[in-house]
Design a protein around this ligand. Structure first.
Ligand SMILES: CC(C)(COP(=O)(O)OP(=O)(O)OC[C@H]1O[C@@H](n2cnc3c(N)ncnc32)[C@H](O)[C@@H]1OP(=O)(O)O)[C@@H](O)C(=O)NCCC(=O)NCCS
Length: 387
């Protein structure tokens, strides 16, 4: 495999948007192309990370986005792995460039769902679960993650206040992220008093339904040289891990771990030749507060059952031993499903270049992203280094 670099990464604002998926994707893509100082004609192929474009009665986003960029001849395919569509698209582009098929690719993740009411959006999202055994039986994602939270509480004695501390931290981090869905500081008390959505999870334990897009230009070392840039100025994808898991929770023996995340994490660390201690910060998939704790344990950042205590003690805040979700995470930055995994790369890119403003993680050189599809049917983990 050849080295693969992130040449640029940029995003739209997340939240409720009047724009369509096509418009959001074009906005993010044009920003990434401008940041990379390349021409659209340099893009040889593209992957579009998207899960629910049919909610806008539009499939096959690739040609629409490429036409909008003035490059209709460029092959573009949608990668759909529910909420892990972004990491899956990054992984596929990494394979294509690493294998020498292409030198320059656009990965753009996008989602537009705010036109749907809550029940319709919840139903669409549950198409990403094992719909026959879960969604169709009334088990929505809040319900499924509620079961995961209940298991974590039962097995490890995790408290609802400890879950709330994840939301408080991530809302605080999002305050200085101009592209975040929420700019609202909250307290443990606010979380505890918010309405229960799927016991033990409450409103503030959940990520919102967000619209948004994020894009990244990935390239080979040869392409970097052509642009006149030194590889030493760029972000290397040092490790890539991707694994699957059972679609439904009833097929699992233990709900407090996602096997796909454990396996993808191991693959990424092994490929990078690094250990958990080498990571300066992580962007993990906190679709519900409990998911951040499970991620930290699955990735080996915390011993089983210990992540809640570490969060409460400030270990994962900006300035702590391992900042987690300095962007605000899915919880507060937002979760435009297809965009999420690519948006994590945007945060990594900004942080590694020291451009994250007030939420900057000091001396960040190596970062990890962790993006989960549904309740762990898919997971992608990537490790990035400013070389
Ligand atoms: C929690 C949830 C049910 C709330 O939806 P809702 O009841 O329709 O909420 P509304 O859109 O009516 O918003 C009501 C208020 O709560 C706020 N809000 C909505 N979701 C929120 C969230 N997740 N966190 C914090 N605030 C939230 C809104 O901003 C709004 O505030 P305002 O009255 O000050 O404007 C919905 O956000 C949800 O299902 N989230 C999970 C999405 C999901 O499953 N994603 C996939 C993960 S695998």
């Amino acid at each position: 495999m050849r080295n693969v670099y992130v040449l640029s990464a940029d995003t739209t604002k997340y939240g409720k948007s009047p724009l369509s998926a096509r418009e959001l994707a074009l906005q993010a893509s044009k920003k990434a192309i401008l940041d990379a100082e390349i021409s659209p004609a340099d893009i040889q192929a593209s992957f579009i990370a998207n899960a629910f474009s049919l909610a806008e009665k539009q499939g096959h986003l690739g040609p629409i986005i490429m036409s909008g960029l003035g490059i209709p001849d460029v092959p573009a395919s949608t990668i759909e792995s529910a909420c892990a569509s972004g990491a899956s698209a990054i992984r596929e582009a990494w394979i294509n460039i690493g294998a020498g098929i292409y030198d320059c690719m656009l990965v753009v993740g996008v989602e537009k769902v705010s036109q749907l009411d809550t029940i319709t959006a919840t139903t669409y999202f549950s198409f990403g679960s094992d719909f026959v055994f879960e969604g169709a039986c009334g088990a929505s994602f809040p319900g499924l993650y509620g079961a995961i939270a209940r298991s974590h509480i039962t097995k490890y004695g995790t408290t609802e206040e400890q879950l709330a501390s994840v939301a408080v931290k991530n809302h605080a981090n999002a305050m200085s992220n101009p592209n975040a869905h929420f700019h609202k500081r909250i307290s443990i008390e606010d979380v505890m008093k918010s309405p229960v959505i799927a016991s033990p999870l409450k409103l503030y334990d959940a990520c919102p339904f967000s619209d948004g897009a994020a894009a990244a230009i990935l390239c080979s070392e040869d392409f970097l040289k052509k642009t006149g840039r030194k590889s030493s100025e760029k972000v290397l994808i040092r490790g890539s891990g991707r694994a699957g898991g059972t679609g439904a929770l009833f097929q699992r023996e233990d709900l407090t771990t996602l096997n796909a995340a454990v396996m993808a994490g191991r693959e990424a660390f092994k490929m990078a030749g690094l250990s958990q201690k080498d990571i300066d910060f992580a962007e993990v998939h906190d679709c519900f507060t409990v998911a951040e704790l499970v991620a930290e344990e699955d990735l080996g950042f915390a011993r089983r059952g210990q992540a809640a205590k570490l969060t409460q003690e400030g270990y994962t805040k900006i300035g702590g031993e391992l900042p987690v979700n300095p962007s605000g995470g899915l919880k507060a930055k937002g979760h435009p499903v297809g965009a999420t995994g690519v948006g994590q790369v945007v945060e990594v890119f900004e942080q590694l270049h020291g451009k994250a403003g007030e939420r900057q993680v000091e001396d960040a050189r190596i970062a990890l992203t962790h993006n989960v599809g549904a309740t762990g049917g898919s997971c992608g983990v990537h490790i990035f280094e400013l070389t």
